[in-house]
Design a protein around this ligand. Structure first.
Ligand code: 5GP
Ligand code: ZN
Length: 111
């Protein structure tokens, strides 16, 4: 269900503009507004879950699909290498509480 106060629900609904990279019935992927690598894409499930933990428990197949989509983006836009990050919880840097995978690629990433 879409949450009216959730930025990423608004992006999925097209109410907030974004640069789309990929979309299917389960997920939406778009470019991060403040890229931390040459390619920095966010993948979000279309159904609102707050965290990767909630997603893993309630919709594990959507979580595994997000990994497949990350691989596809990294293959389309780079050499297939990528870093996949789920910041989980405020103290780990999660600022938007609609689960999102950060896909970083397009360059040699620092350790
Ligand atoms: P978090 O810090 O929750 O792991 O990641 C949130 C990400 O969303 C950040 O990397 C931030 O740059 C990105 N972001 C925040 N607001 C917007 C926006 O309006 N549009 C896009 N494309 N990215 C956003
Ligand atoms: Zn949401």
């Amino acid at each position: 269900m879409a949450h009216s106060d959730c930025l990423f629900c608004k992006i999925i609904a097209g109410e907030v503009p974004s640069t789309k990279v990929y979309e299917d019935d389960q997920v939406y992927a778009f470019r991060d507004i403040h890229p931390k690598a040459k390619v920095h894409v966010l993948i979000v499930p279309k159904v609102h879950y707050a965290s990767v933990d909630e997603l893993a428990k309630k919709a594990p197949l959507t979580l595994s699909h997000m990994v497949e989509v990350a691989q596809k983006i990294a293959t389309d836009e780079a050499d297939g290498s990528y870093r996949l990050i789920f910041n989980t919880g405020k103290n780990a840097g999660q600022s938007v509480f609609h689960v999102h995978a950060h896909v970083l690629t397009g360059e040699v990433l620092p350790e």
